[in-house]
Design a protein around this ligand. Structure first.
Ligand code: AP5
Length: 262
């Protein structure tokens, strides 16, 4: 099964309904993707979306989409959020939670969801638990991607992103066929503003202080699934699918996984 999800509602706001109904999935997966900046969460989310049919929901993508709006189209909170992001700091919880609450319908998507970059603080994780309870939903697992810091820094330094369709490449690990040009849409490949060394340093410090404690939070809830995020994206995907399959051994049939081979 290959699914192409439409993330209109998530990226453009609640007034834009999702135009693609989820594919015929055996069961929806509701997952959180945790891990340091650059560990490969976005890359895995894209691969998992194709395999599981769940929507890839990234708070970072919402902020990057907002960057393309004219200044008069952005709310003051969003303008402030973009400045935090440029520096590598976290956007304040209140702004992030408002954005997520506005898009709560995405959490109810029949195909499930992959939350990438949210939650990022314990306060956000507690708010997500409350939001899911209100919606009578529960997380299936929290995937915690792990990689030594020097490899993460190398991944961020070589990352290039398409200005058009947002596809992600790496100058050596995952190069485009033609240098600087997106294979998928022909758009120009650029380096993200927050991948500059000074922003990366701040992002790593913020991660250690604010986001790393989330692993304990989710371990206590019995949801944490550690996954080694190397050496190649396909290997990480295989380990992730195997880990989900073994978690699903409690009577539920993981047809959406077993029907496919990695
Ligand atoms: P966000 O967009 O969430 O960024 P991030 O968490 O810093 O993660 P990245 O997108 O940088 O990395 P990734 O793990 O997705 O790696 P990727 O797959 O691209 O957030 C950005 C900013 O927004 C934050 O700093 C903050 O300001 C704000 N923000 C967002 N959410 C927020 C929230 N909830 N609260 C507060 N603020 C928030 O991979 C990286 C590179 O490695 C690529 O080049 C890829 O090709 C390569 N690669 C991937 N996997 C592999 C592999 N297995 N082997 C070799 N290379 C690989």
């Amino acid at each position: 099964m290959e699914t192409k999800c439409d993330r209109s509602a998530w990226l453009k706001g609640p007034a834009f309904p999702c135009e693609v109904l989820p594919a015929n999935v055996a069961r929806p997966w509701r997952l959180v993707l945790l891990g340091a900046p650059g560990v490969g969460k976005g890359t895995q989310a894209e691969l998992l979306t194709q395999r599981l049919g769940a929507c890839h929901l990234s708070t970072g993508d919402i902020f990057r989409t907002a960057k393309c709006l004219g200044e008069d189209e952005r709310s003051p909170a969003m303008t402030a959020a973009l400045e935090y992001m440029r520096r590598g700091d976290l956007v304040p919880d209140a702004t992030v939670l408002q954005l997520v609450r506005e898009r709560v319908n995405c959490l109810r998507c029949g195909g499930g969801f992959l939350l990438d970059g949210f939650p990022r603080t314990v306060a956000q994780a507690e708010a997500l638990q409350a939001l899911l309870e209100e919606q009578h939903l529960a997380l299936d697992a929290v995937l915690s991607f792990e990689l030594p810091i020097d490899e993460i820094v190398a991944r961020l330094a070589g990352r290039r992103t398409c200005n058009g369709c947002k596809a992600v490449y790496h100058v050596t690990g995952l190069p485009p066929k033609k240098e600087g040009i997106c294979d998928q849409c022909g758009g120009p490949l650029v380096q993200r503003e927050d991948d500059r060394p000074e922003s990366v340093r701040v992002r790593m410090e913020v991660y250690e202080k604010s986001t790393a404690p989330l692993t304990d939070f989710y371990r206590r809830l019995g949801l944490l699934v550690p996954v080694a995020a190397q050496p190649f994206p396909e290997g990480t995907l295989a380990r992730t699918l195997a880990a989900l399959q073994s978690r699903d051994g409690n009577g539920r049939t993981p047809r959406s996984l077993s029907a496919q081979r990695v």
